[in-house]
Every structure is written in C-alpha cells, then in structure tokens.
Design a protein around this ligand. Structure first.
Ligand SMILES: Nc1nc2c(ncn2[C@@H]2O[C@H](COP(=O)(O)OP(=O)(O)OP(=O)(O)O)[C@@H](O)[C@H]2O)c(=O)[nH]1
Length: 306
C-alpha cells in the first residue's frame, strides 16, 4: 500500500468533551495536523475556512447534534468533500444507518479501541488522498489548470441552491478575451495558448475568498463564481478584472480595441428566487457579456436578473 502523506492531512475533531478531543488527538497526532471545535456551529465554520481532509464528529452535543452538523457539511459546496466519521457511544444498526444517511463515511464507537480508530482514520485519509487526486484530474482544464466547465456548472447549481436557502446574493462573471481570433492569426496558436495561460493566472489571483471558483468556460472564455456578492460588488469585481488584464500589458497589435490584450466581462447577480435557476444566471451574465462586447469591449457590464 502507498505511504500516507500525513503532512497534507488536516483532521478536525468536533466534540463537546475536551477529554475526548485530547484522547483522539493523542491517537492521531502522527496522521495529520489536528484542529478541534467543541460545538457543531464552530465546527462548521472551521470546516468552511480550513476544508479538512477528515472530520471526526461527535453525535451527542448541545446545540446542533452530529447528524445535523454532518448533513449541513454535506450540503455546503465548500465542505461537502470532507470525509466525516461519526463518533458515538450509541451502538446499534439504527445509529449506524443514521450516520451513513447523514452523509458520513464511517462510524466509530466509544469507548475507543485505539488500533481500530487509527486504522479506520488511516483508511479514510488514504481514500481521501486518492479521491482528491482523481477529482483534481477530472475537474481541471489541461491548458490553464483552472476548473473546467463541467465542474463549474456543477458547483454553480449547488451554490445557487445554497444562496437560495440563505437568501444571499450570488454573482457570476463570464470573461472573454477581446479579438482573440486576430491574436491567434497574428502571433500564432502556441503564443495564443501562452496568452490564455497568462490571463488565467491573472484572473485566479483575484479569486481568493472561500467559495470563489475560476474556470475556463470555453476556448477563450473564463467564468468566476462570486459567492455573497451583489450587483455593486460584481461591478467592482468586473472592473478590477479588466484592469488586471490591461496591467499584464500583453502586446496585441491586431486588436481594434487597444494595443494590448483586453477582456470583456459580463456579470449577473441575484438573491436566487424560488423559481429561478443557475441556467438563468448564466444566461443573464452571457447577455451582459454580449452588451460589453457591443458597447466597445474592454469593459465590465452587470445585467439585471431577468
Ligand atoms: N490559442 C488558442 N486559441 C483558442 C483556443 N480555444 C479557442 N481559441 C480561439 O479563440 C478564437 C475565438 O474567436 P472568436 O470567437 O471569433 O472571438 P474573438 O476573435 O475573440 O472576438 P470577440 O470575442 O468578438 O472580441 C478562435 O480563433 C479560436 O480558435 C485555445 O485553446 N488556444
């Protein structure tokens, strides 16, 4: 079996007993970096910020119980990929089923049998590492290393649902390199690839907040999901992106817009309504992109929700 790369593992223990946290930490200290929270709400916030590899989650806690915490983690796109092992003193089939139904991958009972705890945790850490590697390959665009369109569509649907539940604004930016056919014709396709890579890197440097995801959406098109962003924030973001690409100063002698490479950005923002869909958000951002192109390119335009 391949060696476990413990250095990259982050294990979050959510348990209201400090003694249990101490005990589990001492059993697992050589399997990864340990974080802990003493209630469900703090545990969820920590998981959203740190995205641990594995979460050991106590069932019986004041406030949210472990099953509720697990269900919340599994419906949040920022934490849904963390493996959750439920920890409980309750033995019996119905508890095991409840844990698996809430989205947990395994179940550990108290009192702990240290070799069993270590073996189970190690197995799931190893599985997580393999899954992460496969996911990385399946979700990425080969040329730029950004997420691909399939992944972005998937995440956008989940984010749309999450923002609808929370009644928070969600924005989407669609970015298109201006006169890119002319760029290829003038500088050649391989140089065109280099240009796309530079633009991709520039765009990804501005996506740093949790949940922001950047994808290559088509040939010379990119998209960014902007959680918790309203129309005013989206417009600022779009203008910032345009400036960032202008600042790259990539020569583009055959552009009718500017002597350097520029982008047009279409944005749409909405607090998702009950009857709305992620597809409508894409259509609204696409429409804004069309407006940005026809208004002269090298600019960002925000569309109103249809
Ligand atoms: N080098 C390179 N070019 C690509 C790639 N994918 C798509 N393209 C090119 O991107 C160009 C897109 O051209 P158009 O859709 O006509 O758009 P445009 O020339 O940018 O014009 P506007 O968008 O209206 O400013 C085409 O020439 C494609 O061949 C790629 O991976 N590498």
């Amino acid at each position: 079996m391949p060696e476990l790369d413990a250095g990259s593992n982050l294990i979050l223990i959510i348990d209201d007993s400090v003694d249990t946290i101490r005990l589990l930490s001492s059993m697992l200290k050589d399997q990864g970096k340990i974080l802990f929270a003493t209630n469900g709400e703090t545990g969820i916030r920590l998981a959203q910020m740190q995205q641990p590899t594995l979460i050991l989650l106590d069932v019986e806690m004041a406030g949210m119980n472990g099953y509720e915490v697990c269900a919340a983690l599994k419906t949040d796109p920022t934490t849904q990929d963390c493996a959750v092992i439920i920890v409980t003193a309750n033995t019996g089939m119905e508890h095991e089923i409840a844990a698996l139904e809430a989205g947990a991958v395994d179940f550990i009972t108290k009192p702990f049998n240290p070799p069993v705890v270590r073996a189970r945790v190690q197995t799931h850490l190893r599985l997580q590492q393999h899954t992460a590697m496969m996911r990385q390959l399946a979700n990425r665009d080969g040329l730029t290393g950004l997420y691909n369109r399939r992944y972005l569509d998937e995440v956008l649907s989940l984010e749309f649902e999450r923002h609808r539940r929370q009644q928070l604004p969600l924005a989407l930016a669609i970015i298109d390199v201006d006169h890119f056919k002319a760029y290829n014709d003038h500088y050649g396709h391989p140089q065109g690839d280099v240009c796309l890579q530079s633009v991709a890197t520039a765009i990804s440097t501005v996506a740093r907040r949790p949940g922001e995801r950047v994808a290559r959406y088509g040939g010379e098109e990119f998209a960014v999901i902007l959680p918790h962003t309203d129309a005013a924030g989206a417009e600022r973001y779009g203008r910032w992106l345009c400036q960032l690409v202008r600042d790259l100063q990539i020569p583009h002698q055959s552009s009718a817009t500017a002597p350097t490479v520029t982008i047009s950005v279409g944005l749409a923002a909405v607090v998702p309504p009950v009857e709305g869909s992620a597809q409508q958000l894409i259509a609204a951002a696409d429409q804004a992109l069309y407006l940005a192109k026809t208004a002269g390119r090298n600019r960002a335009i925000v569309n109103n929700w249809p």
